[in-house]
Design a binder for this molecule. Sequence first.
Ligand code: ADP
Ligand code: MG
Length: 752
Amino acid sequence: MTSKSDSNDLISDLQFIKGIGPVRAKALASEGINTGLDLINYFPRAYIDRNATNSIKSIIIQKLSQNNISIEDNSFDKKNLDFKYYNPKREYSLIATISNKLIKQYSNRKKYLKLTITDSFGDKATVMYWNYAEYYNKQFEIGDLINVIGIPDVKNKFDITFSQPEINKIDFDEDEIAENKIIPIYRSSEIFKRAGISNNTIIKIIRNFLDKNVKTPQETLSLEVLKQFNFPSISIAYPAIHIPKNYDEINLAMQRFKFEEIFYFELFLALKQLGNKTLQKGIVIAEKSKLARKVYENLNFDLTKDQKKVINQITKDMSSGQPMNRLLQGDVGSGKTIVAALCMVSVIEKGYQVALMAPTAILAEQHYNSFKNLLKDFNINITLLTGGAKNKAKLSNIDEINIGESQIIIGTHTLFEDYVKFNELGLIVIDEQHRFGVEQKAKTIKAAKKSNKENLTPHVLVMSATPIPRTLALTVYGDLDVSIIRELPAKRLPIRTKIVLDNNIENAYQFIRDEVDSGSQAYIVFPLVEKSDKLVDLKSAIEYFDILKDSEFVNYKCGLLHGQMNASEKEMVMKDFYGKQFDILIATTVIEVGIDVPNATVMLIQDAYKFGLSQLHQLRGRVGRGEKQSYCILATKDNHKFALNKKNKDEDEINASILRLKTMERTSDGFEIAEVDLKLRGPGDILGTKQSGLPDFKFLDIVNDGELIFTAKNLAFNIVEKDPKLLLSENEIYKKNIIKKFNKVENYFNIA
Ligand code: ADP
Ligand code: MG
């Protein structure tokens, strides 16, 4: 430690900072605030602008005028859905005084709290707490000045109610804060309150800390970057967040912190990806392959532009001398298999084995059959290896693989088993990537390397039919190269999708009978396997199988498929459906990833409002796989009728399930659907944050900060491309900081 104003102040014990002391230090620690740096990184969760805060009248006017925007103006048909049009979470902030308070029993166990609030113009609004009424009753008294943040419901000019809003008592020290019109609101907790830490206390402590000339952290972005994007330097950005003079200042500072966060993460990914590549040697596969050309010429269709583009990207990767690590994204039916097949063939031509892994035995078998068919004129040895295969057959297959007789090996998880010994495995293709973990992939790569005389790293291609929004792909799969097939083969007719109400389900059944009469097959999907006492609202496959096969579809052959059947039972039913033993398959979501039955042209999804968007999209992808026109019918509750048809509708009320159904009706573009899904659910729910490797961003909002993400990604990858070890003096600042931010990054990426 050198002088007192050294940046070590930032990591010294908080309790010695003015205004803190041991009791408060302990309380702050409960929120993870242990050092000065933690303290200034405790950002406000909101701000109140005491001058610009809404009046009750102004909120009423705004809300009532919104209600007059017709659905056409903010319609779902718009290609580029703008989130603000249907953001159900648009909040208003208001300062008012509590003028009346009433707590009342409304059921056996529950009480509600009703507050009447009055703003400085004398207008009144109601605040209702249906939950935690006792708690709020204790917190607030008549006469308290409060800040209310919430989504009000406005019935008419005189009737405005906030239900369960957030409220903060305003206990600001007027003198000290008066000159600052914008007041930060910090997250609070019970522990804070008990230690006497009010919002005002936090404001004072942080302000004191920043004012008393304690050094702010060192700059982490280069001067050029700050200038290029007009970001404030770090010593300006912190005060802008905690002691703001205006909103522009806050916004610029926020942009800076967000950028810093995503930039270092992208830099990490760039080092990982490019570092990995340069450290490992890959098998060189010539870009042009005679055998692949022949297979291509043998096809009875031409490839789409996207398919050709993607094949070029893959063959380029495989000829580079570095191992490929690529994600191929394309909706169901976009033709990923043929892309993989042509690339596989070019690797085989070079004398290497290739492996194709599918998530289920049925899918593996389907791939096996279509590869057999595709390559029947080419004398290529294809081996199927699944857990379901009989032991003996499995063993002989294993020998074929080991001695290198097998050229293409198609299988399931079985391919990862230790007893499978490859022979010069050059390319691993993984279908439906979200079903496999990172470790399984790493293990296979290791096995492949071992099988290779020169210890070369195999090429890896993962294929996913779950379209992932671009911003997510750049953060989660930032260390993979991404190829996208967006365009579907031209011959394919888009699936027609329609919402029906349960009331009219009879029409859907009639439609199914008509389709089956004309030679097609149909799926009827239910949310539950069997009747549930808890979910009485939802229909179940078993129950309805019994009903429908003896009533609506008494003259048709019905099959039943659900997740409680064992694997071989399921397989048998699927095969029978494929072989047209059944006209109608009554099922649960087990069919989501699975069979390819081109003859199935209708899917009726019951209680469709209960399903997630990506699930609906995956389910729908089971039809429309042949050349006939296909249909998807989404059945939903009768009482959704109003919300579905309502023209002059307040966007706050469009609830998520209606939006999901409407989105399905509007588009079949998986990427567009994924964008809506991301906005509705957020990235964590879509990917499961932990397993995806998505960091817990403190500032960045993946849904709305797309622009920043692209910019940061480009900048980071450009830097690493030019200077993979960050040796240039201009990159010194990045080297220093990335080592601080990512544990042991220097070992992994060989930064000297
Ligand atoms: P997915 O991307 O879902 O794996 P598939 O590879 O199974 O899609 O392709 C679906 C169907 O489309 C297959 O029957 C395949 O032969 C066919 N197909 C693929 N590419 C084309 C194309 N360019 N033109 C016509 N049909 C194609
Ligand atoms: Mg596929």
